[in-house]
Design a protein around this ligand. Structure first.
Ligand code: GN1
Ligand code: MG
Length: 379
């Protein structure tokens, strides 16, 4: 099989892992903004599928620590599942497994400067770039809740900080200020709009970090990127059955995850939307995601956790907008792009979503209070 790969033969990289059979196909997979992913199919029966990924070394300067975190999480989750998890009932929960290199039994292969890993594909499952129904929204929330539940007793110190400053919003603001100071080109009206948008929200930026430093919120193991398409739903039942994309698993605030999941699920037109007018935060979807989440996670949430939920929802959409905007100003050096203004458009989408969240602050706070009361009464 020849795949015309400019950086060496992808098939030979896949074959360097301990695959269970002969490789029969290999094709690009998904639309990740950072790593490159390929679907690898192995001869059966049954046919077995895997995901081959090249980690972006600029984003993850210590990729071996990313793998160590993935393995620590996998072992922990497997052990928890073997003990049985009452919350899952009849539901099957899966976790991607890491394959080892044939040559040295390490969980990665390095070739021509690339750092590659191969993990199992979650069989009989699908993911979606936007939420298609209330049931799906609830399942995505439940999936995140189960994931948090399964890792809630893993001491965060067991995980390396693979991406220092990830979701620490004041750090993104510092980077933005530095990039803006040396931005090389004339500012168009969209850029000026984004700049003014950020200026107005400066004082809000440290809200979660201040709560962490004061001890109100504490570090826990988190997923780091639980956007809607990282929650796999069983194809037959539509039930959440796995969380994938575990690169960003590390110690953090669960609020980053909850905010990220909500900003992703509750924008019905998705983060690549071209029509800004259509971007909005759908509070009905928010109710579904949060109630799904709380059905699995309410047992370990504190009063302070609930008190910071609204701030998390507002902050993480703002933060992603700030990250896209900064990358636009920096010349698109972090996120993959298809065109020069791609990151600017993505920033405009997230800022529009932030505005919609802000406009519904009262309703979102009421919703959180209602759900909190329901779950406190054992609903
Ligand atoms: C990046 O590469 P991907 O699509 O899994 C980013 C996330 C963003 C996301 C927005 C390591 O994730 O933080 O929320 O794009 N991952 C990293 O789609 O920066
Ligand atoms: Mg990711």
């Amino acid at each position: 099989m020849t795949l015309g790969n400019p950086e060496g033969d992808l098939a030979s990289i896949a074959a360097a892992f301990d695959l269970p059979g002969r490789l029969c196909s290999l094709e690009p997979l998904g639309n990740g903004n950072v790593n490159d992913s390929y679907l690898v199919v192995c001869e059966g029966p049954p046919l077995r599928r895997f995901v081959l990924q090249r980690l972006n070394r600029r984003v993850f300067p210590r990729p071996e620590l990313v793998m160590a975190n993935m393995i620590a999480i996998s072992e922990h989750v497997e052990a928890r599942l073997n003990q049985g998890c009452a919350l899952l009932g009849e539901r099957r929960w899966q976790h991607p497994r890491v394959l080892l290199s044939r040559a040295d039994q390490r969980p990665w292969v390095e070739q021509d400067g690339g750092f590659w890993r191969l993990i199992t594909f979650i069989e009989s499952s699908r993911s979606f770039d936007v939420v298609a129904s209330a049931e799906q929204a609830r399942e995505v929330g439940f999936g995140l809740g189960i994931f948090h539940h399964l890792i809630s007793d893993l001491p965060p110190a067991r995980l390396a900080d693979t991406l220092e400053g990830f979701h620490v919003t004041p750090r993104y603001l510092e980077l933005y200020d530095a990039v803006l100071a040396s931005a090389p080109y004339a500012m168009g009206s969209d850029v000026r709009h984004c700049q003014a948008f950020v200026e107005k929200r400066r004082s809000f930026v440290p809200v979660l970090e201040t709560a962490r430093v004061s001890g109100q919120l504490r570090l826990r193991p988190i997923h780091g990127d639980p956007k809607v398409n990282n929650v796999m739903l069983e194809a037959s039942s539509g039930r959440a059955c796995a969380l994938v994309d575990l690169d960003t698993v590390k110690p953090g605030l669960i609020h980053y995850d909850i905010g990220d999941c909500l900003r992703s699920c509750c924008n019905p037109v998705g983060e690549e939307a071209a029509d800004l007018e259509a971007v909005h935060f759908d509070i009905d979807l928010c109710r579904e995601v949060l109630s799904g989440y709380l059905a699995a996670a309410s047992a370990f949430l504190t009063t302070a956790d609930y008190d910071h939920l609204y701030a998390a929802i507002r902050l993480i959409s703002f933060e992603l907008g700030l990250r896209f905007f900064t990358d636009h100003l920096a010349g698109n050096v972090y996120f993959k792009t298809d065109r020069p203004d791609h990151n600017l458009q993505r920033a405009l989408v997230q800022f529009r979503l932030t505005e919609s969240i802000e406009a519904q602050e009262g309703r979102i706070l009421e919703l959180i209070a209602d759900l909190r009361a329901d779950f406190a009464s054992g609903c």
